[in-house]
Design a protein around this ligand. Structure first.
Ligand SMILES: NC(=O)c1ccc[n+]([C@@H]2O[C@H](COP(=O)([O-])OP(=O)(O)OC[C@H]3O[C@@H](n4cnc5c(N)ncnc54)[C@H](O)[C@@H]3O)[C@@H](O)[C@H]2O)c1
Length: 315
């Protein structure tokens, strides 16, 4: 049986690291594609040359030609630019929306049945662009954010309590970034809610550190942003899909009434398997959690509306 095929669009930090993880796990053959000539070819060849040492048999190539991506089962979109000094949020929004739109259009021509995993920021808004540009059903356009946010929360919980990360589980809802909504009462260590293991002040401190987890890394790196954990999170989603694992993971999903939200990508727990997003898992929220969730959804709606306004102004 042929190995699955995964294309990673964007051979930058997140894309190349995700490609490495996928190939080294033997999960799929990988095509790394980027707009910059030579970059994906160089990284692809370098990764291929590490295969005998790892060892693994996955084929990995780099290219600038979308024909090479044809027949991909899953496509991870990481292409975009980072915000540069002097660039407004709207500039970034419209530049990355243009990039994501054009790459998704090229991808679907060659892989009409693929599942899209979106990584490019601003995440929730880019999911909207990809859904529209692909014409795919919502089940096949899913955003990566919650897995990363909850991995950060789990890391901080494990550090705080001196326990294995394996025994920590975290539950986060909402948009990616500042308005993310971690749910401490559903975040557990071996099934015990963390609210029983630490003071409300410490829980709050970890929640705040998680919400600004991306900024903490940017401040340390100074140039560039996090990529090891984001790539690991994208890998986990790709694996859940290709191995039909029915993992329950927090992902950006297009809601059609769930959690009282209609027509918007927001982070919620979903069942992720061979058909992509197979189901949204809905839970009862307290009034306070519901308010935080609605605030997060409103922030996503604001971005989507800003994007529409920029697009119509551009004619
Ligand atoms: N969702 C998340 O939780 C999360 C986490 C980390 C990073 N990100 C986002 O992922 C994206 C990638 O981050 P990175 O650190 O890898 O950035 P990076 O700058 O290292 O890589 C981006 C790559 O995209 C390529 N690119 C630009 N335009 C392209 C086009 N039209 N077609 C193909 N490739 C194109 C660039 O050449 C570059 O190699 C950013 O938008 C970042 O904000 C999201």
């Amino acid at each position: 049986m042929a190995r699955n095929k995964v294309t990673v669009v964007g051979a930058g930090n997140v894309g190349a690291t995700a490609a490495q993880r996928i190939a080294e796990a033997g999960l799929a053959d990988v095509v790394l594609i980027d707009i910059v000539e030579g970059l994906p070819q160089g990284k692809g060849l370098d990764l291929a040359e590490s295969a005998p040492v790892i060892p693994h048999d996955a084929r990995i190539i780099g290219t600038n030609d979308y024909a090479d991506t044809s027949g991909s089962d899953v496509v991870v979109i990481t292409s975009g630019i980072a915000r540069k000094p002097g660039m407004s949020r709207d500039d970034l929004l419209s530049t990355n929306a243009g990039i994501v739109r054009s790459v998704v259009q090229a991808i679907v021509q060659h892989s009409p049945d693929c599942i899209l995993v979106i990584v490019t920021n601003p995440l929730d808004a880019m999911c909207h662009v990809a859904l529209e540009a692909s014409g795919f059903p919502r089940e096949r356009v899913i955003g990566m954010a919650g897995v990363l946010d909850s991995a950060r929360f789990r890391t901080f919980i494990a550090m705080e309590l001196g326990v294995s990360v394996e025994d920590t589980h975290a539950f986060v809802l909402g948009g990616h970034g500042d308005t993310m909504v971690p749910l401490p009462r559903y975040s557990t260590v071996a099934g015990i809610p963390i609210t029983e293991l630490m003071t409300p002040e410490r829980v709050q401190a970890l929640v705040e550190r998680t919400a600004s987890g991306g900024a903490e890394i940017v401040a340390l790196l100074k140039t560039g942003s996090a990529y090891y954990a984001p790539a690991a999170a994208a890998f986990e989603m790709v694996e859940a899909i290709l191995q039909d694992r029915k993992r329950v993971l927090p992902c950006a999903a297009y809601l059609t009434g769930e959690y009282g939200v209609d027509g918007l990508y927001v982070g919620v727990p979903i069942v992720l398997g061979a058909r992509g997003m197979e189901r949204v898992i809905e839970i009862e929220l307290t009034a306070e959690e519901q308010a935080a969730f609605q605030k997060s959804a409103a922030a996503v709606r604001e971005l989507v509306e800003a994007m529409a306004a920029i697009a119509s102004a551009a004619g």
